[in-house]
Design a protein around this ligand. Structure first.
Ligand SMILES: NC(=O)C1=CN([C@@H]2O[C@H](COP(=O)(O)OP(=O)(O)OC[C@H]3O[C@@H](n4cnc5c(N)ncnc54)[C@H](OP(=O)(O)O)[C@@H]3O)[C@@H](O)[C@H]2O)C=CC1
Ligand SMILES: CC(C)(CO)C(=O)C(=O)O
Length: 344
């Protein structure tokens, strides 16, 4: 039984993150509706939602309890809309919502990258458009099953409607922190997401990839380059991990045996978990590379800095989107990035 005084939530883009977050909120007692595509709609209509996590949570939401539609209009009933489409679809969502929702509806972008909330706000100038961040991994296992494969949390700009939901996020094992420095949080998350393309190009699960030094050295190169761009831009990423961001490249470069000791938390990943960019390549979809490494390159251009390694990764992912190589070894990736850095 849901509490009628509680803000109603609509998940716009019920894929890995949307279905998991919305499902956990519904299981905690929030009234949730889902807007998604036919593929997930069919799974949910047949199996309901099955939500599991790396700590053993196992929740079933029966078919008849789930309000899932492929029509945009259902968003009009919600008090909070959580947008969880991939970045390439954000503009389309903004257009679909324009003129359809009351101005007091809080719209939360729970997406990677830096610019998605801005894209939504362009279409929704009268609404509070909030920047959110989710740090854990969710993978689709088919038949309405969504699995959270790492620990992590949610963060968002403060808003009274989210304050009213805080206990429910907590009850759903989705600890939500409302904080005023979301721009810094987004950049810190983006630095972690620099591993998304490496994981996607490696073709192997995150745990196996991060256990190999050459992939980590490649990531360290991308982070170093991005940190120097941020420094020149006077952007200070938030501290989201026990290790300060400036030390992370050093930790990543340590030999496997030492890394396994120093970075236990980074390797505490479900053995099957992979980055969301791997899922995009696997499904033949356009990836978020332009919204992740692309942000670094754009920022570098603004301040006259170089982002050669990030540019090279973008090229490799774009080639993979067109059917190119997707089984790069760590050594191969590292030598591609070093070559890009050494080029005049
Ligand atoms: N997956 C993860 O572990 C994490 C993801 N993120 C971020 O969260 C965001 C969402 O990622 P994720 O959940 O993986 O993405 P998914 O692709 O799994 O989910 C998005 C869903 O939205 C659907 N969709 C796209 N456009 C529309 C539309 N106009 N109307 C309704 N539904 C639509 C998609 O359908 P279709 O596929 O048919 O286009 C898809 O089912 C991304 O920014 C990602 O980077 C952040 C942290 C972790
Ligand atoms: C959770 C994480 C960092 C890596 O899986 C991610 O954001 C993603 O896959 O997009």
């Amino acid at each position: 039984m849901t509490n009628p005084a509680l803000p109603k939530v609509c998940i716009y883009g019920a894929g890995s993150i949307g279905a998991y977050v919305g499902g956990r909120l519904q299981a905690a007692g929030v009234e949730v509706s889902f807007i998604g595509r036919e593929r997930i709609a069919r799974q949910v209509a047949e199996h309901g939602l099955h939500l599991t996590d790396w700590q053993g949570a196992d929740i079933h939401l029966p078919v008849d309890t789930i309000r899932f539609t492929t029509e945009d209009a259902s968003a009009t009933e919600a008090d909070v809309i959580i947008v969880a489409v991939k970045s390439a679809a954000t503009d389309e969502v903004g257009k679909a919502l324009r003129g359809r929702i009351n101005s007091d509806v809080a719209v939360v972008s729970l997406q990677n990258g830096i610019g998605n909330a801005r894209t939504l706000a362009k279409h929704l100038p009268d609404n509070p458009v909030l920047t959110g961040m989710i740090s854990f991994n969710v993978l689709q296992r088919g038949n309405g099953h969504f699995h959270a494969g790492t620990e992590g949390e949610l963060m968002c700009d403060p808003h009274p409607r989210l304050e009213a939901l805080l206990d429910y996020f907590q009850a759903g094992d989705l600890p939500l922190e409302l904080r005023p420095d979301m721009h810094a949080v987004q950049w810190a998350k983006l630095l972690m997401n620099l591993n998304n393309p490496l994981n996607a190009l490696s073709g192997i699960p995150l745990h196996d990839e991060l256990s190999q030094r050459d992939y980590r050295r490649s990531l360290a190169l991308l982070i170093d380059e991005s940190l120097s761009v941020l420094k020149r831009s006077e952007i200070r990423p938030a501290k989201l991990m026990p290790v300060p961001m400036s030390l992370l490249p050093w930790v990543l470069r340590t030999p496997d045996w030492l890394f396994a000791r120093l970075a236990k938390q980074m390797l505490a990943i479900d053995p099957l978990a992979r980055s969301s960019m791997w899922e995009d390549l696997e499904a033949g979809r356009v990836t978020e590379i332009d919204w992740i490494n692309g942000e670094v390159v754009r920022q570098a251009q603004k301040v006259g800095a170089s982002a050669a390694a990030n540019l090279r990764v973008i090229e490799l992912v774009k080639a993979a989107e067109k059917g190119g190589k997707r089984d790069w070894s760590g050594a191969e990736l590292l030598s591609e990035l070093k070559r890009a850095l050494a080029a005049p």
